[in-house]
Design a protein around this ligand. Structure first.
Ligand SMILES: NC(=O)c1ccc[n+]([C@@H]2O[C@H](COP(=O)([O-])OP(=O)(O)OC[C@H]3O[C@@H](n4cnc5c(N)ncnc54)[C@H](OP(=O)(O)O)[C@@H]3O)[C@@H](O)[C@H]2O)c1
Length: 278
């Protein structure tokens, strides 16, 4: 992750950002990218260690960041992230609702607790993040951007229960944009295609083993656990046309929130050259 731009001097100098799901993959890359562009970043996620490493990367490059362990399925935890940002800096400029999970199972055989996990994480937490962030942005009076991480699954009509949560994300984001027409707050939908992250942690073990094998890794993967950096690196090297990197999505987010005033980037689709249809 690039952190060459001294934080305080970057294009987001003086701004404050909250990123959910910042302990891994796309959220982590977004947090580091926004921090390296000068924003003070509040990272929220379940696992502290990688977030502390990201805080060290941002501060090492002259920026500022802080990590908070949260469970975004608890609405109060999402609100506490926004409260922390405001307590630290007196403002909120960027809210990135990124935390998400997928359990790819046939509907007729699925565990209903997995449906609950997907809707609570991908939809309810995002709604809570939007609501808390807009209140904080209005109170600070500086406008801002709400960035909701959706998926290309939202562009297909048959993308399963996970895909239905991302359809909901798109509908919620479009509706929020209408509700905010009179506010200087922009709302951005980002739809990634396949990205090499731990997103696949709940996939079928055979799929995970295939991913490791194609990348030449012998690391054993356990369903439900984060994927190792070695496996992700190997998979990306072996499948450069099928997998983007998390930094590709982070750069799109940075671009979308740094357009001239009056230019509203409503939707961004970032996909690899060849689709995996995740
Ligand atoms: N990778 C892809 O191909 C892809 C494609 C399209 C869209 N997306 C979307 O991109 C977003 C980020 O996913 P990713 O690819 O970066 O996957 P990832 O590496 O698995 O990261 C997911 C992040 O969400 C966090 N999270 C999950 N449940 C949480 C909870 N209850 N409370 C707090 N944090 C929670 C995870 O925390 P821990 O790791 O600490 O548990 C992790 O930081 C998701 O919304 C996903 O749907 C991904």
């Amino acid at each position: 992750m690039t952190t060459e731009t001294a934080g305080a001097a970057g294009v987001l100098a003086g701004r404050t950002a909250v990123v959910t799901g910042a302990s891994s993959g796309i959220g982590r890359a977004i947090a580091e990218t926004l921090g390296s562009a000068g924003a003070h970043v509040v990272l929220g996620g379940r696992t502290l260690e990688p977030m502390e490493a990201s805080v060290a990367a941002v501060t090492g490059a002259g920026g500022t960041a802080e990590a908070v362990v949260v469970d975004v399925r608890k609405v109060d935890d999402v609100r506490s992230l926004v409260d922390r940002a405001v307590a630290s800096t007196g403002r909120l400029d960027l809210m990135v609702n990124n935390a998400g999970v997928s359990f790819p199972e046939p509907i007729l055989e699925a565990d209903p607790e997995h449906w609950r996990a997907m809707f609570e994480t991908n939809v309810i937490a995002l709604l809570a993040g939007c609501q808390a962030a807009v209140a904080a942005m209005r109170a600070a009076g500086n406008g801002g951007h709400v960035v909701n991480i959706s998926s290309v699954a939202a562009l297909r009509p048959d993308s399963g229960v996970y895909g239905s949560t991302k359809h909901a994300v798109n509908t919620i984001t479009n509706t929020l944009r209408q509700e905010l027409m009179e506010d200087p707050i922009q709302v951005v939908t980002v739809m990634p295609g396949a990205v090499a992250t731990s997103f696949a942690r709940n996939f079928d073990p055979a799929v995970l083993a295939g991913l490791a094998q194609v990348g030449g890794s012998t690391v054993e993967m356990v369903k439900g656990e984060r994927l190792s950096d070695e496996v992700l690196r190997g998979a990306r090297q072996a499948l450069p046309d099928h997998l983007c990197g998390p930094e590709d999505i982070a750069e799109a987010v940075l671009w979308a929130v740094t357009r001239p005033a009056g230019v509203h980037i409503a939707e961004v689709v970032v996909r690899p050259n060849r689709d995996l249809n995740l």
